[in-house]
Ligand binder design. Sequence first.
Ligand SMILES: [Zn+2]
Ligand SMILES: [Zn+2]
Length: 300
Amino acid sequence: FTGPQAERHCILAFPESSRLRGAADIENWCQLQRKIFGEFSSSSFGDFQSVFSQPQEYIMELTFNQAAKGVNKEFTVNITDTCERCDGKGNEPGTKMQNCHYCGGSGMETINTGPFVMRSTCRRCGGRGSIITTPCVICRGAGQAKQKKKVVIPVPAGVEDGQTVRMPVGKREIFITFRVQKSPVFRRDGADIHSDLFISIAQALLGGTARAQGLYETINVTIPPGIQTDQKIRMSGKGIPRINSYGYGDHYIHIKIRVPKRLTSRQQSLILSYAEDETDVEGTVNGVTNTSTGKRSTGN
Ligand SMILES: [Zn+2]
Ligand SMILES: [Zn+2]
């Protein structure tokens, strides 16, 4: 029962029912505790944080929309924190802690070493001034216990894949790294989003309107006549909130012109008439014998 280690290891009081009271028995009792609790009780209560203070890291899966718009997401963490059953006191609720007789409740003891009088932390109670006679069944007297905690993580709008946030849980801190799933509709570039919009040949030629899926609502897109494939229409402020500044990014709608694979006979003859009037054709058009530039078709 010598040295600071021996003092610090012995957290639980000697069992009341025990008839063993000698110094050797106390030492044995402490060794037994060391075996039971291992590292758990190897530090004094003040040092507890340092033993478990390595930050815990978690991965959180988010859908594209959750990351873009923000979400309050419930999350379960396994964390060592103040025991909820005994509120960190270490004794079983309803039982009383005994005043430490060894130090008279002061938590300090006085050792007379010849000319010097030394005051040090009470070896019996570890400086707490009281002794746990009935240890808490959950934390076994340690006052700290591993526990599952449900926490709600307020995921801010605009988080990106791989970003990490720090959050307090109880007296601890955890790190959460976001994994953002891909969207079948949107591609992301910072706060801007991109999507494709398929329009018909007639829409491309004559202009019109189309409906595109937006991040927040359906967007009515005005198509100007003569729009080209891969032309982008910018919907200002319809993107993702900027995480480090104000405002929103933009939504870029990429135009794709859908060419029909089949035509009705009426469409066929109309498009042949159209082709006959085309002036800038390099080469030939099937079915058109004479293009206006005088080129001949292959004759189908
Ligand atoms: Zn407890
Ligand atoms: Zn004491």
